[in-house]
Ligand binder design. Structure first.
Ligand code: NAP
Length: 308
């Protein structure tokens, strides 16, 4: 079997267009401020893409550039100013930060109501507790992709490989909220290959090129590859051995063109949600509102191993 592609490029474009249409009807432009410190090459590309996507969808987007040697207090002062600015609905401080700055202190300085990355402990805690809040963009984008493909998550065995605060943990929380049976794997886990083989839905977020071998994939499984790894030839590759996995999976995300574009679209979605919530127009939803999309899937891929 050759897997169907979970096309994040197309789904991300559709989501951005839908958000753009909503913004056009608002009567105000939600404000997004992305703060970039220094010139990390990947950050330069990501921040540019975020700003471009936001402007195209009609958001009031500005990038704030600070020098590599800005003191931590200087960055905190910028964050405080943005917290206090009524025109700003969403604040994102691009990671990684230079070594002399404590990223946790900076993330915790962002007003949780404007924390469109969903990294503030208040939002992380609200997600863990199933309460309304802003949800990290990458796992939220994965949930949108799974919903669009009609993947039935209720009761499904989902495996999340990686437990970072920005991907693995919130991913597991969202899958759990959608009633999946979730296993989390990390660098101390035993029998990783066997655990992956039991997965009906496998999300890989480790940052190791092709760590997930093709024969770790259960026939018919849904494979989501969050990994972005720069290969020696300069091309991007995921955490999954794509060609081999594709022959066994039911659905699979490409890298690039899978999760990445959904992440940017969800940043805009979070900014719109934050803008509406701050103005009292709508309330934030539990689990970013995405678990509910799975309540009525258009199509089910079935359950149990040997899905093909
Ligand atoms: P991270 O903070 O480095 O976390 C990696 C996780 O993988 C950790 O939990 C680590 O376990 C686990 N891990 C590492 N080596 C392992 C191994 N050999 N076996 C099992 N588990 C292992 O990375 P991240 O920020 O979550 O990002 C993961 C990947 O996703 C990266 O490639 C990143 O570039 C990509 N990413 C993509 C997007 C997107 O928009 N597409 C967004 C964010 C990140 P321990 O906790 O035990 O150390």
């Amino acid at each position: 079997m050759t897997a169907r592609l979970l096309d994040g490029k197309a789904a991300g474009a559709r989501l951005r267009a839908a958000l753009g249409a909503r913004v056009a009807g608002l009567g105000f432009r939600p404000g997004l401020r992305v703060v970039r410190v220094g010139d990390d090459p990947a950050s330069v590309v990501y921040v540019r893409s975020k700003d471009r996507a936001a402007k195209e969808a009609g958001f009031d987007s500005e990038t704030i550039l600070l020098p590599e040697d800005v003191p931590e207090d200087g960055l905190l002062e910028v964050v405080r100013r943005l917290n206090a600015d009524p025109a700003v609905d969403g604040i994102l401080v691009q990671l990684p930060l230079p070594k002399h700055i404590d990223p946790q202190r900076v993330l915790e300085a962002v007003d949780p109501a404007k924390d469109v990355d969903g990294f503030h402990p208040v939002n992380a805690g609200r997600l863990a507790a199933g309460l309304p809040g802003l949800v990290p963009c990458t796992p939220k984008g994965v949930m949108h992709l799974l919903a669009k493909a009609g993947v039935a998550l209720s009761g499904a065995r989902a495996v999340v490989l990686g437990r970072s605060a920005i991907v693995g943990r919130p991913m597991a929380a969202l899958l759990l909220a959608a009633d999946a049976t979730v296993t989390m794997l990390h660098s101390r886990s035993r029998d990783i290959a066997e655990e992956c083989r039991r997965a009906e839905v496998l999300v890989a977020a480790v940052g190791r090129e092709a760590m997930v071998r093709g024969d770790w994939i259960a026939p018919g499984a849904v494979v989501v590859d969050v990994g972005i790894n720069r290969r020696a030839d300069g091309k991007l590759a995921g955490d999954v051995e794509f060609e081999a996995a594709r022959e066994r999976a039911g659905w699979i995300t490409p890298v690039p063109g899978g999760v990445g574009p959904m992440t940017i679209a969800c940043l805009l979605e979070n900014t719109l949600e934050a803008a509406l919530a701050r103005r009292g127009a709508t309330e934030l939803q539990p689990n970013g509102g995405v678990a509910e999309e799975h309540a009525t899937p258009e199509e089910s891929y079935g359950h149990g191993p040997g899905l093909a």
